[in-house]
Write a protein that binds this ligand. Structure first.
Ligand code: Q46
Ligand code: ZN
Ligand code: ZN
Length: 316
């Protein structure tokens, strides 16, 4: 039994604690959009920015991001989507289908970059890893590939920011893991806006940083977004510490309402800014010319190691 929407009186769709009552589908979407807008304004995510690239995975968070950004900001900001086709059987086809359906629906121009055009796919890297002739697990290759190709595209096309779908739960979990394991360098990057301080590294923004997993999931349902639910076959089981921390963060929030926002506010306004981490000295990769801490960047190193396994003539 649901009550009536506290704003318009029509049939309620979900209970929203902030309103101490129900909202209909329509008002729930507006409530979430207002939260994203608040985050963008408070954190100054779009200050001085005219052209934003939205990284689309086909999953729920980046789909919500694209829809909300389009609704709120397309009148003043040039928005486009980018999807990386990783070449993962089943998963990539399903992701591409959702991304194309979404971009059609909201009229967002979209580009699909195929990893295969760079000489390999995640499936091929995973197969070689399984055979023991290549030493990087699929997720580590995948993370590097996505970061590199999204940045490369944004840089070459003159985008001033890359928007990603990381939500509040993602950022709190990553931060907690970094605190527990002492990875201060990684922690220092977990801000709503991450500036890398190099002209070839495009700043990253996270406009969903005040939304929880549940809120993005509910928005997806309320707006009936086409979202891929296909699981990646290479996803390893979550580390025990990670799942326990995630459950604990949810359980504290249940006992102390507002805990997650309090935690995020202290991370973003006090803890992370007070870390004295020097920016790494970056030079240009001797192969591709993009920023790198070593002579060759990690993307080109992956290509070199795969080439050295001698498995593909297209690397020649
Ligand atoms: S797609 Fe890539 Fe994930 Fe698959 S290989 Fe790992 S990182 S699990 S989000
Ligand atoms: Zn309503
Ligand atoms: Zn390189």
């Amino acid at each position: 039994m649901t009550g009536r929407c506290v704003i318009c009186g029509s049939q309620g769709w979900t209970y929203v604690h902030e309103y101490r009552g129900y909202l209909c589908r329509d008002h729930y979407q507006r409530y979430i959009e207002a939260k994203v807008d608040r985050c963008i304004k408070r954190q100054g995510l779009l200050n001085g920015v005219d052209k934003v690239l939205i990284a689309l995975s086909g999953g729920k968070d980046s789909s919500v991001l694209a829809v909300v950004m389009k609704k709120l900001y397309s009148w003043r900001i040039r928005l486009a989507g980018l999807h990386i086709d990783l070449g993962i059987p089943g998963y990539s086809e399903s992701a591409r289908k959702s991304v194309l359906e979404l971009s059609n629906r909201i009229e967002l121009p979209i580009e699909i970059v195929k990893l295969q055009d760079y000489g390999f796919t995640i499936k091929e890297a995973a197969d070689l890893y399984r055979k023991g002739v290549f030493n990087r697990p699929p997720c580590s290759v995948c993370g590097t590939v996505k970061r590199y190709l999204i940045n490369l595209y944004a840089y070459e096309k003159g985008f001033e920011a890359i928007a990603t779908g990381h939500n509040l739960d993602d950022l709190l979990l990553f931060s907690s893991m970094d605190i527990v394991t002492g990875d201060v360098t990684s922690l220092s990057k977990l801000l709503p806006r991450q500036d890398e301080g190099h002209p070839k590294l495009v700043p990253r923004i996270r406009p969903l940083c005040l939304l929880t997993n549940r809120e993005t999931e509910l928005y997806t349902e309320a707006a009936e977004l086409p979202v891929s639910r296909e699981k990646c076959p290479y996803k390893p089981p979550p580390r025990r510490l990670r799942s326990v921390l995630s459950e604990e963060l949810d359980s504290i929030e249940e006992k102390v309402r507002g805990f997650k926002h309090m935690y995020a506010a202290s991370l973003w306004s006090s803890i992370i800014p007070s870390l004295s981490i020097g920016k790494p000295v970056l030079r240009e990769c001797s192969i591709c010319g993009m920023p790198s801490s070593g002579r060759v960047c990690s993307f080109c190193r992956i290509r070199e190691s795969l080439r050295n396994t001698g498995y593909k003539e297209r690397f020649l």
